[in-house]
Ligand binder design. Structure first.
Ligand SMILES: [Zn+2]
Length: 670
C-alpha cells in the first residue's frame, strides 16, 4: 500500500511544528532523554534550513570526498579526474599498481558505506529458505534516473546531459571536459539500463538466486566478493562466512554487471563513481547544485508544475523524517496517535482477522488440507499497530536516546548539514548490518509511523498499520463503525490479503518459501486469478499525449487480490458486529444526520466511505507512470474493480443486473 498527498501533508505540518517549536500540548518542557532526542532532530532540521551556511560552505566537503575517491579508493593511471585537483597528493604507487579488480572491489564497498548510489545495494533480510536467520541480499541499487530515460526518452535524456555538464562545471570549476564527462557517464548508465532490462525479462522462473561469495568469485570474477563483504562490514563486529549463501540478483543480471566491469576503461568507471557521489550528495549542497537534477526528477514524477521548487521547510521535514526516522516517529505518535485510537484500530483489526478465519472455513473451493494450512498461517500472522515497540521502541524516548547515541548531530553552527547527514546515514547502515546472521525480530516494525502506509512482509508473516494512515478519511475517532471498517478495515484486510495473494501464498506461516497448497486447490487459485487479470485490463487512463493506456492485469494482480479480499472481508467483519447490535447500543452504527446524508443506508455509506478513501487527483504523466511501473491499479480501478465484484455493493445500490457496476461475471478469491 502506498499513499501520499493531503494525508502526508497533515503529518508533515505536525512534524514541522515539532521541529520548529517542540511538541505542543500539556506535556510542558521536555527533560532527559526526550529533550536529547528532540535536540538531535531539531539540530538536524536547523542545519538543513540554514541555507546561508550551506551556500557559504559550497561544495567543499564534496570536493574532499571526490579527492579521496580519486586518490585512496579508485585512482587510475590514465585520464584520472585527479588532474582537476592541483593540490592533491598523488595516489600511492601501491594503489596505482593494484589490479582493476582490487580497486573496483574497494570502490563498491566505499560507495556503499558512504551511502552513495552504486550499481549494487546490500540489505539484510530473512533467508526465505530458513527465515530464522537473516542473510545478506544483494540487489540492484536505484539508478540515478529511471532506466526508461536512457532507453526511450531522448528529450529528458538531453536535459539530464545538460544537468550533468552544468554540475560538472560547478564542482570542478571549469567547463572543459564536461561534455565528455557527461557522455561517458550516460553511456555507462545506458549499458546498465540495457542489461538490467534484459535481465528483468530473462530468468523467467526466478527473480533471485542463493549463492556464496566463493561461488560468486568463480562466476563473476570482476569483483572479489569475499573481500567486498569484508570491507563493507568493517567496524560492525559482524563477519560473513565466504561459503554462506547470499540472496542475490539473477545470473543474467550479474553476467551483465561482470561484463560491464570487464569491458569499461578504468577512467570511465572513475567518472561514473564520481557522478554517483555528486548525485547522491546534491541535496546537501547549495541550490544551484541540486536544482538542475531535482527539476528533472519532478518532471519525471509528473508533479503539476516541475518548475516550482518545493519550500525548503518541506525538503527539510522530509529529510529529517527519513534520516532520524524513529525520533520523528516518536513525536508524531505522542502528538497524534492516542492509546484510545490505538484501541479502536485494534478492534477493527481483530474483527478483520476473525472474518478472514470464517471466510477460510467456509470457502468451497479450498480443500481440507489447504484450508487448514491457510488458517494456520493466518493465526500465526503478527499484527503491528501504530508504531514499533521494539528495536527501537518508538514510544520510548529512553530507548531512542540509546538507539541514536552514536549519531552525533552538530548544532553549534548551522552549516553541518553535510556531516549530520553522514552521521545519520552511517547509523542506518550500521544498524542494519549488525542484524546479519541474527534471527529476525518479527515484532519489529519495518517502517516508521509518520507515513501514510501499511504493509505485509511475507518473510516475517507480519503486517503493520502505521499511525500515519490512521486519520480521516481512512479513520475518524468515534465515527460510525461502517465508515471506519470500510476505509481502515479495508487497509488491514488488504495487508492480510497479501499473505494469500499470488506471491504471498508461496510462503508458509513461518515465512519460509514452502508450497502448502494441494495441486487441485492451487490450480483453482490460478484459474481464479485469470478472472482478475482480464477484469483489470479493462480499466484505462489517458496519458499526457492523449493516448489511452490499459492497466496491466498481471502486474497489478497481487494488489487487486488484496483489494478485493480486503474490502469483502471488511464488509463481512462490520456486518457481523452490526448484526449483534442493531440498535447501536454497544457500537456506534448510527446513521448520518443532514438532508444530504440521512437517506443513505449504512451499507451504502460503507461503500461510499471505501470509495472516498481512494479519492485522488493525478496528472496524466503520473497516471502513465503508474500504469507502467506501479503494482497498484489507478485508484478509480481500485474502487470500481472491487465494487464490480461485490454482491453487497450491487444489493446496497440496487444496481441493474449486468450493468457496468454489476457484471454477471464476478471475480473472487478471498
Ligand atoms: Zn498492497
Amino acid at each position: 500500500m502506498l499513499e501520499s498527498g493531503l494525508l502526508q501533508e497533515n503529518i508533515d505540518s505536525t512534524i514541522r511544528k515539532v521541529l520548529q517549536s517542540g511538541p505542543q500540548g500539556p506535556s510542558g518542557k521536555l527533560t532527559g532523554a526526550a529533550s536529547r532526542i528532540l535536540q538531535k532532530a531539531q539540530g538536524f532540521y536547523k542545519s538543513c534550513m540554514n541555507e546561508t551556511d550551506i551556500a557559504e560552505i559550497g561544495h567543499t566537503p564534496l570536493y574532499k570526498e571526490l579527492q579521496d575517491l580519486f586518490t585512496t579508493v579508485f585512482p587510475v593511471q590514465h585520464g584520472s579526474l585527479i588532474s582537476l585537483f592541483p593540490d592533491a597528493a598523488p595516489p600511492s604507487a601501491e594503489l596505482l599498481n593494484a589490479t582493476n579488480r582490487e580497486r573496483l572491489t574497494s570502490a563498491m564497498a566505499h560507495l556503499y558505506r558512504s551511502s552513495a548510489l552504486t550499481i549494487l545495494s546490500f540489505w539484510v533480510n530473512p533467508d526465505e529458505r530458513n527465515p530464522e536467520v537473516q542473510q545478506l541480499w544483494v540487489l540492484r541499487d536505484n539508478p540515478a534516473i529511471p532506466d526508461r530515460v536512457f532507453l526511450e526518452e531522448a528529450p529528458i535524456l538531453a536535459k539530464y546531459r545538460k544537468a550533468i555538464e552544468e554540475t560538472y562545471t560547478l564542482v570542478f570549476g571549469q567547463s572543459e571536459g564536461g561534455a565528455k564527462f557527461a557522455s561517458d557517464v550516460i553511456a555507462l548508465e545506458t549499458m546498465i539500463a540495457n542489461f538490467s532490462r534484459a535481465a528483468a525479462g530473462g530468468d523467467a522462473a526466478t527473480t533471485s538466486q542463493h549463492v556464496s561469495p566463493t561461488d560468486l568469485n568463480k562466476l563473476y570474477p570482476s569483483l572479489d566478493w569475499p573481500v567486498l563483504l569484508q570491507k563493507m562490514l568493517q567496524g560492525t563486529n559482524v563477519t560473513h562466512d565466504d561459503n554462506r549463501a547470499l540472496h542475490s540478483l539473477t545470473p543474467s543480471h550479474l553476467e551483465g554487471l561482470d561484463k560491464l566491469f570487464r569491458e569499461t576503461p578504468a577512467a570511465t568507471l572513475q567518472k561514473y563513481f564520481a557522478w554517483m557521489m555528486i548525485f547522491s550528495r546534491r541535496s546537501l549542497l547549495p541550490i544551484e547544485y541540486r536544482e538542475p537534477i531535482d527539476r528533472i526528477l519532478r518532471e519525471l514524477e509528473g508533479v503539476v508544475n516541475p518548475d516550482i521548487t518545493p519550500d525548503r521547510w518541506q525538503t527539510c521535514v522530509d529529510s529529517t523524517s527519513a534520516n532520524l526516522a524513529s525520533i520523528i516517529g516518536h513525536f508524531y505518535v505522542a502528538q497524534m496517535f492516542s492509546a484510545a485510537t490505538k484501541d479502536q484500530v485494534q478492534t477493527i483489526v481483530s474483527g478483520i482477522r476473525d472474518a478472514y478465519r470464517s471466510d477460510f472455513q467456509e470457502l468451497g473451493w479450498l480443500d481440507k488440507t489447504t484450508r487448514a494450512n491457510a488458517i494456520t498461517k493466518l493465526d500465526a500472522m503478527i499484527e503491528l499497530i501504530g508504531y514499533s515497540t521494539m528495536d527501537p521502541n518508538v514510544g520510548s524516548a529512553k530507548d531512542l536516546d540509546a538507539y541514536y547515541a552514536a549519531v552525533k548531530i552538530t548544532t553549534e553552527s548551522g552549516g553541518d548539514y553535510y556531516d549530520n547527514m553522514a552521521q545519520a546515514k552511517a547509523h542506518v547502515i550500521r544498524s542494519m548490518l549488525t542484524q546479519l546472521g541474527q534471527p529476525p525480530n518479527r515484532d519489529q516494525m519495518g517502517m516508521d509511523p509518520q507515513y501514510v502506509n501499511a504493509y505485509y512482509n511475507p518473510f516475517l508473516n507480519h503486517f503493520a498499520v502505521l499511525a500515519g494512515i490512521v486519520q480521516p478519511p481512512k479513520f475518524t475517532p468515534n465515527a460510525p463503525e461502517y465508515l471506519n471498517f470500510a476505509a481502515l478495515g479495508m487497509v488491514a484486510g488488504h495487508e492480510i490479503g497479501h499473505g494469500f495473494d499470488n506471491s504471498g501464498r508461496r510462503y508458509d506461516a513461518t515465512g519460509k518459501l514452502f508450497d502448502w497448497w494441494t495441486n487441485a486447490t492451487a490450480t483453482e487459485f490460478e484459474s481464479r486469478t485469470k478472472c482478475f487479470i482480464d477484469q483489470y485490463a479493462n480499466f484505462t487512463v489517458t496519458g499526457p499525449d492523449g493516448k489511452i493506456l490499459h492497466t496491466n492485469g498481471v502486474q497489478t494482480l497481487g494488489e487487486n487480490i488484496a483489494d478485493n479480499g480486503g474490502s469483502r472481508i471488511s464488509f463481512m467483519a462490520w456486518a457481523k458486529r452490526f448484526t449483534t447490535d442493531r440498535l447501536s447500543q454497544k457500537y456506534n452504527n448510527k446513521l448520518l444526520p443532514g438532508v444530504r446524508l440521512s437517506h443513505l443506508s449504512r451499507e451504502q455509506l460503507f461503500f461510499i466511505s471505501f470509495g472516498q478513501s481512494w479519492c485522488r487527483l493525478r496528472t496524466p504523466t503520473f497516471l502513465a507512470n503508474q500504469i507502467r511501473d506501479d503494482e497498484h491499479s489507478p485508484s478509480h480501478a481500485r474502487v470500481n474493480g472491487v465494487m464490480q465484484n461485490s454482491r453487497e455493493f450491487a444489493r446496497a445500490f440496487r444496481c441493474r443486473r449486468n450493468s457496468f457496476m454489476n457484471p454477471v461475471n464476478k471475480c473472487e478469491i478471498w
